[in-house]
Design a protein around this ligand. Structure first.
Ligand code: ADP
Ligand code: ZN
Ligand code: ZN
Length: 727
């Protein structure tokens, strides 16, 4: 038998599959098997993507695999991984890397193995021996006595009885004890132990209707469209609907995947699934230890866990017979992977649901225009508790002195005086955005990127937010020696400082990429804010993610139209979502709530709709605008970035890609560019954007064009990155 093997290599140029002759002693080899194969002078790990009777390689040149691993990739996932690779212009190896068992390691030696433990059981003979007839040493008797209450870990049993391993082995030889190797699960810390919380006794009518629609599709004919958008305002009880839909899937003997934006930021959501379903829930996310992750994966693979909760990569969970896939907060940008393969978990979810015949539920208060148009809509128009959404006030900042508008300051003082809680969002880390010299106008920029450095005052450093470069904050200008350095703009660090002054003595908790180091950073800060009777949570977008803090009575967004000043067709959508989501955090309790939005242009369209909580109005207008411009969902975008160390080659290469794509595009679209991008991480960059009315021919054309140009020696030294559906 011939195995067609895709080698797992990061190299773009090396692409299989390659044929290997499977010897009869490796009879278990099948599609999905993982093999160690000889490759040139190296040995490599590969995955069998197909089997064949004959090979085109001459028999005397066919090699045999060196070994077959004990782990494999489920067939359905193998197909999905290859499909994602093709759809997002990546390589088969990188697509397969998404679906491999965790901790597979390199070169065939697994990085993670199951945790095994030797367990001792008392046999019937052992029980009789304890009864008296047989001669036993005192240690032997103690060991047997210790086991009479039930099996125990061998090491502990021997130790507790003052005996050693030899004592156990002797008892085993005499048939008085049975030793058995068992796998022991490494349990993630978030996993509750078998808890079962019931949830509210009854759903409100809108929830009931949404759940009924989901279940009807679960039971409906295979041909029907099973994709749903659960459009529910913040606090409308969406999570409760997911929980019941998951229960319905389990009752039908099927499994479920629940995608959440980021476990660390949404521990409440993941926790609720655990509380409801206990150990049938497996968590898969990057903060797990390697062993925990492996064990969770295996539990899913074996069907011991039937619900997987996790961020975007959880869409590749090894579950079979999936009945439901939930994408919670479907507008969240974290569903797009920003490194190759640049897949969109929402696209993968759609594909996987279709293949499995599962119902897809994308839920959010701020749907993407794509989902709003493509999916059948279920709506939860009101908060469960009957409380209205908080009033939103837009205030203009032109001419305002300082970071806070007088109205905002007043509202914060009121929070202080009444001992309430507020959340303040400013989507910019650090103390101030950039520094200039007051004498010679020097600007501190990154040596690797064409951007200015951000001051982080408590760290005493300037940092680049694009490449990680950092240097000590200057005491004087290195060019002219002036001691007068001006700090421009306000970031969360400085805002925290200002808020502390206003809110004293209430605590101010800052939540951003700098304040959340370590494994439990975010959860710890959120708990601290939750536990405080009053105070302020200040931070970047992180503060607006699905948190449920009933005591918050004020929400503030600073510089809300900053995103609108970037030339990106998604800025309106982003701005709307940011303001609407933050507004959703306010007024969840008996105290009611309000929201203040500061902007340079408070008349901006997206802000107006967000202030009126009018998602439908915003989306209707946004879809019209997108249609007129041919943007998604009325067209598809593919971005190609070429980069090189020296200026020049990247533009030449980008132009070659433009020409090559243009030559392959009969009527389905246009190519824009090449246009220069700012230097990043020491690389000069140029990009082109393909705008197409048909997706697959466009993807294929770009893939072929990039392959042709990157394979041309004239463009050596240029790196190519392709992004389908860029964010
Ligand atoms: P969303 O996900 O839409 O923000 P949640 O599902 O988190 O909303 O619900 C908000 C709060 O309301 C939660 O504390 C939840 O337990 C509660 N809740 C949900 N459904 C009901 C219901 N039918 N009756 C009473 N409380 C409910
Ligand atoms: Zn100077
Ligand atoms: Zn940089």
């Amino acid at each position: 038998m011939i195995a067609k093997v895709e080698p797992l290599t990061p190299a773009r140029a090396l692409r299989g599959p390659f044929d290997y002759l499977v010897p009869s002693r490796m009879s278990g080899v099948d599609i999905g098997s993982m093999l160690v194969v000889p490759f040139g002078r190296r040995r490599m790990l590969g995955v069998v993507v197909d089997l064949a009777e004959v090979s085109e390689v001459p028999a005397d040149r066919l090699l045999e695999p060196l070994a077959a691993l004990e782990r494999d990739v489920p067939r359905e996932l193998l197909r999905l991984g290859l499909e994602v690779a093709a759809e997002y212009c990546s390589t088969p190896a990188r697509g397969l890397a998404l679906v491999l068992p965790p901790g597979t390691g390199r070169g065939g030696r697994p990085g993670v193995t199951p945790r095994r433990e030797l367990v001792a059981h008392l046999t019937d003979a052992g029980r009789r021996a304890l009864g008296g007839e047989e001669r036993l040493g005192s240690r032997q008797r103690a060991v047997l006595g210790g086991l009479s209450g039930g099996p125990a870990a061998a090491a502990a049993a021997a130790r507790d009885a003052g005996g050693g391993h030899a004592t156990l082995r002797t008892l085993e030889r005499r048939g008085l004890v049975r030793l058995e190797t068992l796998e022991r699960r490494r349990r993630p810390s978030l996993a509750a132990v078998g808890a079962r919380a019931e949830g509210p006794a009854r759903l409100i009518p809108a929830q009931e209707a949404a759940l009924a629609a989901i279940v009807a599709r679960m039971d409906g004919p295979a041909t029907s469209d099973r994709r749903l958008l659960l459009h529910g305002v913040t606090g409308s009880g969406k999570t409760e609907v997911y929980l019941r839909a998951v229960a319905a899937a389990l009752e039908r003997g099927r499994s479920a995947i629940v995608l959440v934006p980021e476990i660390a930021l949404t521990p409440q959501t993941a926790g609720r699934f655990h509380d409801r379903f206990g150990d049938s829930v497996a968590l898969l996310h990057s903060r797990l230890g390697a062993g925990e992750r492996y064990d969770e994966w295996v539990r899913l693979r074996r069907g011991q866990a039937r619900v997987c909760v996790g961020p975007r990569s959880a869409i590749f969970a090894p579950l079979s017979d999936i009945g439901l896939i939930v994408v919670d907060e479907e507008h969240d940008p974290s569903y797009k992977q920003e490194s190759d393969p640049r897949y969109d978990a929402r696209w993968v979810a759609d594909r996987r649901a279709e293949q499995a015949g599962a119902v897809l539920v994308a839920g959010t208060a701020t749907p993407r225009p794509e989902s709003y148009r493509a999916l059948r809509r279920l709506t939860l128009p009101e908060r469960v508790d009957g409380r209205g959404l908080p009033p939103v006030e837009l205030v203009g900042m032109v001419g305002a002195a300082g970071a806070l508008h007088p109205r905002t300051r007043e509202a914060l003082e009121q929070v202080r005086d009444r001992g309430e809680k507020a959340i303040v969002l400013l989507n910019r880390r650090g103390w101030s955005n950039f520094l200039t010299c007051r004498s010679c106008a020097r600007v501190w920029g990154c040596p690797q990127c064409d951007v200015s450095l951000v001051l982080h005052r408590s760290a005493g450093r300037l940092a680049c937010h694009h490449c990680g470069h950092s240097e000590p904050a200057p005491a004087a200008c290195p060019d002219c020696g002036s001691l007068s350095v001006a700090r421009h703009g306000v970031g969360t660090e400085r805002l925290e400082d200002e808020l502390e002054a206003i809110l004293d003595p209430l605590p101010v908790v800052r939540l951003d990429g700098d304040s959340t180091g370590g494994r439990t950073g975010v959860g710890e800060l959120l708990r601290r804010f939750d536990a405080a009777p009053a105070g302020v949570l200040v931070g970047t977008q992180m503060v607006a993610k699905g948190h449920d803090f009933p005591a918050v009575t004020l929400g503030v967004v600073l510089d809300a139209d900053a995103t609108l000043r970037f030339p990106d067709f998604r800025s309106e959508e982003r701005t709307f979502a940011m303001v609407a989501q933050l507004a959703g955090r306010s007024g969840r309790g008996a105290g009611g709530g309000r929201v203040i939005v500061q902007a340079l242009d408070p008349g901006a369209r997206s802000l107006g709709y967000a202030a009126r909580h009018d998602a439908d109005g915003f989306l209707t207008g946004e879809l019209e605008r997108r249609q007129a411009l041919g943007y998604p969902p009325f067209g598809y975008l593919i971005r190609v970035v070429c980069s090189s160390r020296e200026a020049g080659p990247e533009v030449v290469a980008a132009r070659a890609v433009v020409d090559s794509v243009a030559g392959r595009s009969p009527g389905w679209g246009s190519v824009l560019g090449p246009a220069p991008l700012f230097r990043l991480k020491g690389r000069e960059r140029a990009q082109l954007v393909v705008k197409a009315s048909a997706r697959s021919p466009a993807v294929a054309a770009v893939r072929d064009a990039v392959e042709a140009v990157s394979g041309d020696r004239a463009h050596r030294g240029v790196a190519f990155s392709v992004d389908v559906d860029p964010q």
